[in-house]
Design a protein around this ligand. Structure first.
Ligand code: DGY
Length: 322
C-alpha cells in the first residue's frame, strides 16, 4: 500500500478518501522534521498546509511522488525545485472562488461602513441612541473598485461589485500588464474596464488584491503605491500577505495616506505588523477566505483525490507542474 503523510488533518471527506487508498500518518512537524520525513523515502505523498514550507533546500533531498497542497495558492512550495526533483504539486482551484470573493466584499463593506467599530460600540454599552453623525462611513455604490488581477476570484468579486452598483476596473497582471481574452471578458460585456496598474492605483476608491504571491508581486503595494492611492481609498487583501508591505501600510493608515484597510492575510502569518491591530480604520480577519463548511469539505476532497492519484503514479486532476 502507498503511504501518505498528512501534516494536519483535513476535513473528514478528504481523510476518508486518503484512508481508503493508502496508509496514512497524521503528524504535525516543524520545518526541519518535515524535510527529514520527506527525505526518508517512507512516504509517497505529503498532504500539506500553507504553513508547511517546501523550499529548494528541503526539496533537494526529498524522495516523494507528490505534494498535495490543501489550498489553491502554492507559494509555500518552491514549485521549480519540486519540478526539478520530479515531484508533482497539486492544489485545490475553483471550489473556493465564491467564498473568497464573498470575503473581499465583506471586507469592503465592513471597512467602509465601520462595522467592527460599530459592533464594539454596541457591546461596550456606548450606543446611546440614533444620531445624525453616528458612525458615518463611505458609500460603496457609485464608487470605483480596482481589481489587481483578473483571475477567477477577481472576476467573482467583480460580479458582486457590479451588483452593488460599483464601477469596476482591473489590471490583470500588475505591476505590468497582459492582454485579456474574450473568454475572460465575455460575461462582463464592456461593464468592466481594463486599465494600467498606475491608473488603477490612482483612480480606485477600493483596491482589492487578487494576485498570486510571486517575485513580481512581493510588496506590490508598497509605500510608493500607497502614496499614489486616493486619501479616501480602502485597500482590501484576500490574496497573500506579502503582496503588501505591511509596515508601510501601518504607516499609511496612521498618517491618513489612505482611509482604511480590510485584510484577511498578513505578511508574516499568524503575526501582524506592530501597530496594525490598534488601528480603528482596519478590519482584520484570520485568513478565512475559504472558511465555509462546504468549501473546506470540497477542498479536502480535491486535495485527497490529488494525493491518491499522485501516490498511484498518475496525474492528479489539479497539478500546477504537470
Ligand atoms: C488558498 O487556498 O490558497 C487560501 O489562501 C486558503 O484556502
Amino acid at each position: 500500500m502507498t503511504r501518505i503523510l498528512v501534516t494536519l488533518p483535513i476535513p473528514e471527506p478528504g481523510m476518508e478518501i486518503l484512508r481508503r487508498a493508502a496508509d496514512v500518518d497524521v503528524i504535525a512537524l516543524d520545518h526541519v522534521a518535515l524535510a527529514q520525513r520527506c527525505a526518508s523515502g517512507d512516504y509517497d505523498v505529503v498532504v500539506a498546509q500553507l504553513r508547511d514550507r517546501f523550499d529548494s533546500a528541503s526539496l533537494a533531498s526529498a524522495r516523494l511522488r507528490g505534494i498535495s497542497n490543501y489550498a489553491v495558492g502554492v507559494d509555500n512550495i518552491d514549485v521549480g525545485a519540486a519540478t526539478a526533483r520530479g515531484i508533482v504539486v497539486g492544489n485545490t482551484p475553483g471550489v473556493l472562488t465564491d467564498s473568497t470573493a464573498d470575503i473581499a466584499l465583506l471586507l469592503m463593506l465592513a471597512t467602509a461602513r465601520r462595522a467592527v467599530e460599530a459592533d464594539r460600540m454596541v457591546r461596550a454599552g456606548e450606543f446611546t441612541g440614533w444620531a445624525p453623525e453616528l458612525m458615518l462611513g463611505t458609500d460603496v455604490s457609485g464608487r470605483v473598485l480596482g481589481l489587481a488581477g483578473f483571475g477567477r476570484i477577481a472576476r467573482a468579486t467583480a460580479r458582486r461589485a457590479l451588483g452593488f452598483g460599483m464601477t469596476v476596473r482591473f489590471c490583470p497582471r500588475p505591476p505590468s500588464d497582459r492582454p485579456v481574452d474574450d473568454e475572460e471578458l465575455g460575461e462582463f460585456g464592456g461593464r468592466v474596464e481594463h486599465v494600467s496598474w498606475d491608473e488603477l492605483v490612482a483612480t480606485s476608491d477600493f483596491l482589492s488584491l487578487h494576485v498570486p504571491l510571486t517575485e513580481s508581486t512581493h510588496h506590490l503595494v508598497d509605500a510608493r503605491v500607497l502614496g499614489a492611492m486616493k486619501t479616501s481609498a480602502i485597500l482590501v487583501n484576500t490574496a497573500r500577505g506579502p503582496v503588501v508591505d505591511e509596515s508601510a501600510l501601518v504607516e499609511a493608515l496612521r498618517g491618513g495616506v489612505i482611509a482604511g484597510a480590510g485584510l484577511d492575510v498578513y505578511e508574516d502569518e499568524p503575526a501582524t505588523a506592530p501597530g496594525l491591530s490598534e488601528l480603528a480604520n482596519t478590519v482584520l480577519l484570520p485568513h478565512v477566505g475559504s472558511a465555509t463548511v462546504s468549501v473546506r469539505s470540497e477542498m479536502a476532497r480535491l486535495c485527497a483525490e490529488n494525493a491518491v492519484a499522485m501516490a498511484a503514479g498518475t496525474l492528479p486532476r489539479h497539478a500546477v507542474n504537470p
